[in-house]
Ligand binder design. Sequence first.
Ligand SMILES: [Fe+2]
Length: 257
Amino acid sequence: MIDLHSHILHDLDDGPPTLAGSLEMARTALADGITTMAATPHGRSVFSRRYSVELLQTRLAELRAALAAADLPLEVVPGTELFCAADLPAQLKAGALLPYGTSRTVLVEFPGDVQPAAIEQMAFALQIAGYRVLIAHPERIKVVQRDPNVLIPLIERGVLMQLTADALTGEQGTNLRQIAETLLSHQMIHVIASDAHGAHLQRMPFMTPARRRVAEILDEAIAETLVHTNPAALLSDAPVDAPAPKRITPRRWWQYK
Ligand SMILES: [Fe+2]
């Protein structure tokens, strides 16, 4: 499996404070069946005041050397979790923020109270600048929780959605699990990733339980697409499997139990 969202690099954001913590995450990920992990520390924002591409590259080199020394075959690809800001296209162009590896795909997160028009404005500006946009954990955005159909115009314009694995498996509560299942069953999710911050925290580098859940709710082929095929396509600028999203019809009051 390919995990496109993790905070595995140490001493950079709210990921592990030490290199030993990064190695522990790598061991946990490998045991779970993850073979490639994108290191996506928070870009400079309230979550990370220390981010720089230079520091990211230093931490990545340290991790790769430690993985080789420990004989751990985890491939780590650089990336960044970009926090929505008007200057993102300019910062990317200037090399002050990173897409995934050598690709044109960017991972973007939005504040929970963002409005659909602001998401569209940001995503389309990045697309015009030549980037493919993957939105981090849309299940955490309040307007999406109220009405997932707000994602449809974005998906129809080629914007992709990354669901967090443990939202689907219930570690983030029943409400988020139900939203995750609704998004999945309406073809609004293109990638599942861990968003792991450590080996002992709530968000750990696990994808297998979520993969199994997708296979139960939908089918095995879709599960493979979300944890491997689409992530691989995003890293190599290849086409992704993104079927037309299904509109959710609001339930009538008598349909609620
Ligand atoms: Fe994250």
